[in-house]
Design a protein around this ligand. Structure first.
Ligand SMILES: [Zn+2]
Length: 81
């Protein structure tokens, strides 16, 4: 029997057949493997980051602030008891 990692899967981004070991895992998909290979995923992520850098940074700042507030609230809640 073939090793699970030697199974071939076609990348939907570069259309190349690659072994599933070259794909990332994705629990929500049918076979548990992402549709695009790791190399394409990295490339996409880099492009996405470049195109959305400002938004991502803003989001991270917002997220951090939100959680900082929650942490403070949490601490107050438990120190007031
Ligand atoms: Zn690919």
């Amino acid at each position: 029997m073939k090793q699970e990692n030697e199974r071939l899967k076609k990348c939907s981004a570069c259309n190349k057949l690659k072994t599933v070991g070259e794909f990332g895992k994705h629990k929500q998909s049918k076979d548990g493997i992402r549709n695009i290979c790791k190399a394409c995923d990295r490339k996409r992520r880099r492009v996405y980051y470049q195109n959305h850098r400002e938004k991502i940074l803003q989001y991270q700042k917002k997220y951090y602030r939100k959680h900082k507030d929650q942490r403070i609230m949490y601490q107050r809640k438990y120190s007031n008891r």
